[in-house]
Design a protein around this ligand. Sequence first.
Ligand SMILES: Nc1ncnc2c1ncn2[C@@H]1O[C@H](COP(=O)(O)OP(=O)(O)O)[C@@H](O)[C@H]1O
Ligand SMILES: [Mg+2]
Length: 305
Amino acid sequence: MTSVVSSLLAVRDLGLQRDGRWALKGVSFEIAPGEAWGVIGESGAGKSTLLQLVLGLLEPDEGEVRLEGEMWSRVPERARRPNRSRMQAVFQDPHASLPPHRTGWEILQEPLDIWKRGTKADRREAAARMAAKVKFPESALAQKPASWSGGLAQRLAVARALMLEPALLVLDEPLSALDPTLAGHLLELLLDLKEAGTALLFVSHDLPAVARLCDQTLVLYGGETMCQGPLPALMDEARHPYLRGLLEAVPRLEAGHRPLAWGTRKLRVEAPGGCPLYARCPSAQSDCEKGLPFGQALRCRHPFS
Ligand SMILES: Nc1ncnc2c1ncn2[C@@H]1O[C@H](COP(=O)(O)OP(=O)(O)O)[C@@H](O)[C@H]1O
Ligand SMILES: [Mg+2]
């Protein structure tokens, strides 16, 4: 019997405890082939934990991850191995994630060597093609990572991740270490990749970049899903203090702009059943302690000015 698998990645009710606390809890979403998903949330919200669970670098305490219908979490690494090439990752600091003693040529060819793809000549040609695709100058391929700028090194990290033609590219704050111009170039590259059919799971605190690149966005708060949907729509509709707060945290140059001060970070457990923001929201009222003051459209009854 053949079954049609419509989702590339399925995350169901995912949860993980770290240091006796839920770093992630009850998170579910599905990525269709070629779709781009963003993950946003303040620092400590659980974004990297989610990505590590998706990559199989951590095992969940609750829930599961499936890749193309196959169980991906809670299985031994050898069971994942045949499908490893379907999902590849790029991290924030390219210099920390690239092997320092290898040349660009070696770094790009290594995945093909390991998977025994093609002849030696094929592999070198594939490396040159991929470098051209990410606009990494071929002349710099003979050098090692230390001689590349952050922007170049991140391009090479993306190229390496693409060598095995993954169906899903997972990126944890890939723009954060880059200056704005280089971050802009990398974003263009990711848009091209998406256009060419690669699915993306993209963690970033650059909300405009997420809005541009991603079809759907998951908003995390204290390890839980605050809301999910297309980010431009969430941003338009949100009377929601948390989203507003994330937006306000994006630096703006307008005179007189004052970002929202969140005060001490408090987690949801402090108002079980109530609004997760209760303890820190500047416009919280007594009913927020008992239930969510906002509905599905994220329209808080107590919008703050
Ligand atoms: N290696 C770790 N060991 C224990 N707890 C961790 C570790 N990494 C992160 N955490 C905790 O898990 C929660 C989520 O962190 P993380 O996923 O790194 O958030 P984000 O990427 O959104 O900033 C935080 O409470 C953090 O302190
Ligand atoms: Mg993180």
